[in-house]
Design a protein. Structure first.
Length: 210
């Protein structure tokens, strides 16, 4: 079986050392480490790992943003989240951006090793808590309310701004604008910008008087 190449991303050196020790077997090769999202992107680009073992809350960009950018720059990479946080605000964005798996840091050593193997094969690996969150979310009706950022994007779109212009005004990337719009389309059950704006006006989410 091929050796699985991975990088460890966590802002605590002692955690990285511990994970390296756990994964120091004949099955794995730790080809790099990183302490934040920007460094993770650079190390991943340089080493082309099979799996990125990623903490979610680090200095700089969010874990979900790191996952999105990793998937953009290296579509074949598998991201296995390993964190202490298991609330909706952490779990759902990470999964939405393409994390292959999501485990908590109290995961036993053998289970973590098996999870890395599974992630390298592209299999979904979830801690029981996270699986429960996703199951509950799947059973809930999609809310027809927009986040403050989604409303900001939609207000600018309603005024005729392009994705590039929205990105410039809000100091975000065009890709992030597209992601917000996709979320808006899903929440409002529409397929395009014009329909989203019309639905938002009908629901009172946008003020026709600006």
């Amino acid at each position: 079986m091929p050796i699985i190449r991975l990088i460890i991303v966590d802002d605590h050196p002692i955690v990285r050392d511990g994970l390296r020790g756990i994964l120091d077997t004949d099955d794995f090769e730790v080809v790099g480490e990183a302490a934040d999202g920007s460094e993770a992107l650079a190390v991943a680009l340089r080493t082309a790992p099979d799996v990125v073992l990623l903490d979610l809350r680090m200095p700089g960009m969010s874990g979900a943003e790191v996952i999105r950018r990793l998937r953009e720059q290296q579509p074949g990479v598998h991201v296995l989240v390993l964190t202490t946080f298991d609330d909706d605000a952490d779990v759902l964005p990470a999964i939405a951006e393409g994390a292959t798996g999501y485990l908590l840091k109290d995961t036993p050593r053998d289970e973590l090793r098996r999870a890395v193997h599974a992630a390298a094969r592209g299999e979904t690996v979830l801690s029981p808590t996270v699986a429960g969150i996703l199951t509950r979310k799947a059973r809930e009706p999609e809310p027809r309310t927009l986040s403050p950022r989604e409303l900001e994007v939609l207000r600018l779109i309603a005024r005729g701004a392009t994705n590039r212009e929205v990105a410039g005004k809000l100091f975000i990337t065009e890709a992030t604008v597209k992601t917000h719009l996709l979320h808006v389309y899903g929440k409002l059950a529409v397929n395009d910008r014009a329909a989203a704006v019309a639905a938002a006006y009908d629901l009172g989410l946008l003020d026709r008087q600006r």
